[in-house]
Design a protein around this ligand. Structure first.
Ligand SMILES: Cc1ncc(C[n+]2csc(CCOP(=O)(O)OP(=O)(O)O)c2C)c(N)n1
Ligand SMILES: [Mg+2]
Length: 796
């Protein structure tokens, strides 16, 4: 062990050197004003160098998964480089084009990042939900031949200001969290400032309240030894009482400053004077800087003695910028070492010029010894850590009984209820979750069939007491619905964890999350985060829009269709009819499992083989269903994003393009206009997102010389005469469909909702916001002047 400790110490030094050199190199990006951001890594990385060395080179096992604090990415990449899993070129181009990413990225980095980080707080919660996902998988009897992993987050102390962490903590407690470590880099500094005094005590209480073990790693082994010397208790008391700001300032100022301060404040108290005096300035600085988080023996001891299963929070005292000239300075977040400082550092590290990337340059132990240690590091033993899982067969179609009048939300409930009857692997792999809106998003029947998930069985007391209820809420390890408290951030991060199960647990899940459409915004950054990590799930957002009439502006969504279009990694749909929904949902189950890197299809110019997540914007408005057969061609068009509900003729003057629940208004308007305008067309847009993406891709293809590239919407509009105008309508922000006019150069008037809604009946609100049949006809009349549309006056 002593031998190993010596090796680890040397490698720890190298990790700090390599990370610092990587950042120094990235300075070339300062030309674009990036210096401040490059600097963000320097001090922040140094803070975690020891802890990460201990973890990766000793403590972690291959099955463990880590979310690394965003700014510690150079340390992560340096460690992977030492382990032979990161290329020098990637480090040389850190933050550059195709170089190692500024913040660890599981999709863009090539060195085995488990969880992306960047937006602080999200990676932390991801580890918690990944533990729950692992428990879920194993409770269902899957992946039991693999060892159980521990999910570890390396957390900045200021990161703990993010509320989503506490939402996650509460949920973790409810769900009986296990196998999760949060290692807090308690450097008492954020980006701008030094944090408030005594925060660690709040954290300690807080974590304990949620059932966590709390391990405080405060004093390093030098300090612990010094405390045992005569007068050591005085020194300890002084350290404990020293304000954060002052401690940081003295760390920055160095040995002489420590001596002056300590001598002034406690130097005349007998034995402690000797303790101070017998140390040189540099020894005194080493002692005072020897906080637990920079002391390998203390850190290793804390990790190795942790409870095997209980969630554990390690509060590790550190100094931001430890080992570098800016250590402890309150302005050091963006601190970059000057070339002169770097030169001094190079000499201290005994690294010869031109040998900066040599793995063992300047270390005090033979290269073979260091290499043989690295070869034995537990973390890298065994097969590849990134797993995969076979695709789950999806049925050819999803049956649903259509009622004559039906809402898409009801249809969704009915579809899942049908799936829930079966006992196929497909049905078993579905996992649903919802932040306290399970019943109101129509998941109730599915949950009745499949049960709620909990590691321990819990009976539904209403049922056992024979009190009639529509819902059967029995919790068991076999349940397939994870009921969350009302926290949309948690919903998205749980979906992120469940949606990466194939890669983390080697077991595929088909996750579906439901919430009210407006509350997507509540968890938006977490949704973006889940997509950035390439997690795979189906999001069902319902109800939506002002169609939710009586609920008022606080519950009605406006911007979400644009979010659906703009969000990378998320294919968005807003079907009007339940047969469309059935086709889309079936497709979605397959799409979320794709991971090919195939070419774009020449049909729709979309890359469906690469897969992604899916967002379905649904509604509670019952609308009259169309009695029709879903032919393969119609199904395909629904999935590609649009089809003609009424094909325009050659003399067409008006096309109405609608999305979602306003279908009856569009149909009514077209009916009214048909008598005075010839060949009116009615375009059903099921996915503005996919239509638009295909159009953009086809244009790009043409610009690259593929002159025949045509997207789905271009083909649909190809025969619409140039003089024809388009009126688009959606219960959402009008710009969602406004671009349709640019496809073929047709004049366009986009109707939709621009301002906060209010309470009222559906008809009142549609009229007020101008998305009713009357408004469509009026818009058509104005944009395509011609014979007056007689029925306009007939409408209210
Ligand atoms: C959501 C979010 N807001 C703001 C930032 C910008 N930011 C990056 S690091 C940081 C401070 C981090 O402090 P801490 O977590 O204590 O880490 P340290 O730098 O001390 O290591 C901030 C505000 C961010 N990355 N994400
Ligand atoms: Mg900090």
């Amino acid at each position: 062990m002593t031998d190993d400790l010596a090796v680890l110490r040397e490698l720890g030094k190298k990790v700090l050197w390599l990370a610092s050199w990587t950042i120094h190199n990235a300075n070339h990006l300062r030309e674009n004003g990036d210096g401040l951001k490059v600097g963000g890594h320097q001090a922040s990385s140094a803070s975690l160098a020891t802890i990460m060395t201990a973890l990766y080179l000793d403590v972690l096992r291959p099955q463990d998964r880590v979310a690394v604090k965003p700014h510690a990415s150079p340390i992560f990449h340096a460690i992977q480089y030492l382990l032979g899993k990161q290329k020098r070129e990637k480090l040389e181009t850190f933050r550059g084009y195709k170089g190692a990413q500024s913040y660890p990225s599981r999709t863009k980095d090539a060195d085995d990042v488990d969880f992306s980080t960047g937006s602080v707080g999200l990676g932390v919660a991801q580890t918690l939900f990944s533990s729950l996902a692992q428990d879920y998988v194993r409770a269902h009897g899957w992946g039991l031949d693999r060892p159980e992993g521990r999910m570890v987050a390396l957390v900045g102390d200021a990161e703990l200001d993010e509320g989503n962490i506490f939402e996650a903590l509460l949920e973790g407690w409810k769900q009986g969290l296990r196998n999760c470590w949060w290692v807090i880099d308690y450097n008492r500094q954020s980006l701008d400032a030094v944090v408030r005094e005594g925060l660690w005590e709040r954290y300690e209480q807080l974590f304990k309240n949620f059932g966590w073990d709390v391990v405080i790693v405060k004093y390093g082994s030098l300090q612990q030894a010094a405390f045992k010397e005569p007068g050591g208790d005085k020194l300890k008391a002084w350290i404990d009482n020293c304000p954060n700001q002052l401690y940081s300032a003295l760390v920055f100022a160095g040995g002489a400053a420590w001596r002056k301060r300590l001598t002034d404040e406690i130097g005349d108290q007998g034995n402690v004077s000797k303790l101070i005096e017998k140390r040189s300035d540099s020894e005194l600085a080493a002692l005072m800087n020897n906080l637990g988080g920079h002391d390998l023996p203390s850190v290793l001891d804390a990790f190795h003695n942790a409870h095997p299963e209980k969630p554990t929070c390690f509060i590790c005292y550190t100094v931001k910028g430890f080992g570098l000239p800016m250590a402890g300075h309150k302005d050091n977040h963006a601190g970059l070492m000057t070339p002169a400082q770097m030169e001094v550092f190079r000499q201290t590290m005994a690294v010869r010029e031109g040998h900066e990337w040599d793995k063992f340059e300047g270390l005090g132990l033979p290269a073979e010894k260091l290499q043989s240690f690295l070869d034995r590091v537990p973390f890298t033993q065994g097969p590849a850590r990134r797993l995969s899982a076979p695709m789950i067969d999806v049925p050819d179609s999803l049956p649903v009984t259509l009622q004559p009048t039906m809402a898409t939300q009801t249809g969704f409930g009915a579809l899942l209820n049908e799936i829930g009857r079966g006992d196929s692997d497909f049905a078993r792999r579905i996992v649903t979750t919802s932040p306290d809106v399970t019943v109101s998003t129509n998941l109730g029947p599915w949950v009745n069939r499949r049960g709620l998930f909990a590691r321990e069985k819990m009976a539904d007391i209403f049922k056992s007491e024979h009190i009639p209820s529509t819902f059967n809420w029995e919790f068991s390890p076999k349940g397939q619905h994870i009921e969350l408290g009302i926290a949309e951030m948690n919903l998205f991060i749980l979906l992120s964890a469940l949606g990466l199960s194939h890669s983390i647990n080697g077991e595929r899940l088909l996750p579906i999350g439901t919430l009210y459409d407006p509350f997507i915004a509540r968890g938006l950054d977490a949704l973006n985060y889940a997509c950035y990590q390439d997690a795979r799930f189906i999001l069902v957002a319902t109800p939506s829009g002002i169609t939710l009439a009586g609920e008022g502006g606080a519950h009605q969504s406006i911007a979400e269709p644009l979010i659906g279009m703009a969000q990378d990694g998320l294919a968005s749909f807003e079907p009007a009819y339940v047969d469309e929904l059935a086709a889309i949902l079936r497709w979605a189950f397959s799409y979320i499992q794709q991971s090919g890197d195939g070419e774009t299809s020449e049909r729709n110019w979309l890359r469906d083989e690469t897969g992604g997540s899916v967002y379905l914007r649904l509604s509670t408005r019952p609308i009259e269903q169309i009695g029709r057969k879903m032919t393969p061609d119609l199904t395909q068009q629904v999935i590609d994003g649009a089809y003609w509900l009424r094909e325009p003729g050659p003399n067409c003057q008006i096309v109405v393009a609608y999305t979602g629940a306003v279908a009856p208004e569009a149909i009514a308007a077209v009916g009214l206009m048909a008598e005075d305008r010839r060949d009116v067309g009615l375009l059903a847009v099921t996915s503005a997102d996919r239509l638009n993406a295909g159009w953009t891709a086809a244009q790009r293809a043409r610009e690259r010389g593929l002159v025949h590239a045509r997207s789905h919407i271009e083909r649909l509009l190809a025969d619409v005469p140039p003089h024809c105008a388009i009126v688009s309508v959606i219960d959402g922000y009008p710009a969602t469909l406004a671009w349709l006019g640019a496809v073929g150069g047709h004049r366009t008037r986009a109707l939709g909702v621009e301002h906060f809604g209010q309470t009222g009946s559906l008809a009142e609100l549609y009229q007020h916001y101008g998305i009713d049949a009357n408004a469509i006809v009026a818009a058509a009349q104005a944009i395509a002047p011609g014979r007056p549309i007689r029925h306009l006056k007939a409408l209210p």
